[in-house]
Design a binder for this molecule. Structure first.
Ligand code: UDP
Length: 247
């Protein structure tokens, strides 16, 4: 992890403790300008729980430059640990901010992941909403993850920002394994963000987010995700019984 930012450790994962706007202006924009390779993880309780049972995944997360707190569960856990985090930095919001920066500064973006249909529609929407973004390329996310050639091909497009929407743990593992093929680039795992960009999945309305009930909205809309929602409660329970600081 990059040393210059204040960090809050929860279950062995160091979260940046800052606001979205300061994170962008102090860390992300200078690194993009200097073409410094950067790996950003937007971690929710599910990601933290995954690191507890998968050491390769934990290694990937710990090898990143920045882990930002995505999800109210992380914010609550930090305050219970008496190390409050300044702001939630949601993965989807960060994606939109990065698209805006790319549009303003002309940074080339690559879009990797989701189904072919979702990927194509998402990139189409990006082109409409952010017409100045140079599209380095796009590829759906159903390929052989051990295929180095795919990474080489993407690296050949020389992107400034690579959005990787393969879901967890695939996206962070892919970034960890293949970013060395690239000369530069900001890499970020964005989960289901292409589905939201493509309009296939709706983000929770603002009021649900404000009430810290985004997880509940998702549960109502996609009941099949209940096992994943359960992970949030397992995480909160572990923090409450004192596991948060120990690892
Ligand atoms: N996905 C993908 N390749 C795969 C599995 C999933 O590109 O092998 C995509 C999927 O289509 C979706 C995104 O990854 O757009 C997130 O998937 P999921 O909701 O399963 O993951 P999570 O919410 O855990 O990030």
């Amino acid at each position: 992890m990059t040393k210059s930012t204040v960090k809050t450790r929860i279950m062995g994962i160091d979260f940046v403790n800052t606001t979205m706007s300061r994170f962008l202006s102090d860390s992300i924009e200078p690194r993009l300008q200097q073409e410094k390779q950067t790996f950003v993880v937007t971690a929710n309780p599910e990601i933290v729980m995954q690191t507890r049972k998968d050491s390769a995944y934990k290694g990937a997360i710990q090898s990143s430059d920045y882990v930002v707190p995505d999800g109210i569960g992380i914010i609550k856990a930090a305050s219970w640990l008496k190390e409050p985090l300044q702001e939630r930095i949601a993965g989807f919001d960060l994606t939109l901010e990065l698209l805006q920066i790319a549009n303003d500064k002309g940074y080339a973006c690559y879009f990797l992941g989701a189904t072919e249909e979702v990927n194509a529609i998402a990139v189409q929407r990006v082109c409409e909403e952010y017409p100045n973004i140079p599209i380095a390329g796009r590829k759906h996310g159903f390929f052989d993850f051990s295929d180095e050639e795919i990474a080489r091909e993407i690296a050949g497009t020389n992107p400034d920002i690579v959005f990787v929407a393969l879901g967890l743990p695939r996206q962070e593992l892919w970034i960890k394994q293949y970013k060395r093929y690239f000369d530069k680039g900001l890499f970020i795992g964005v989960g289901g963000s292409f589905d939201v960009l493509a309009g296939k999945v709706n983000r929770a309305p603002e009021i649900w987010i404000k009430l810290n009930l985004e997880w509940f909205y998702r549960l109502v809309k996609q009941p099949s995700r209940w096992k994943r929602i359960l992970k949030i409660f397992q995480f909160m329970f572990l923090v409450l019984i004192g596991k948060g600081k120990k690892e």
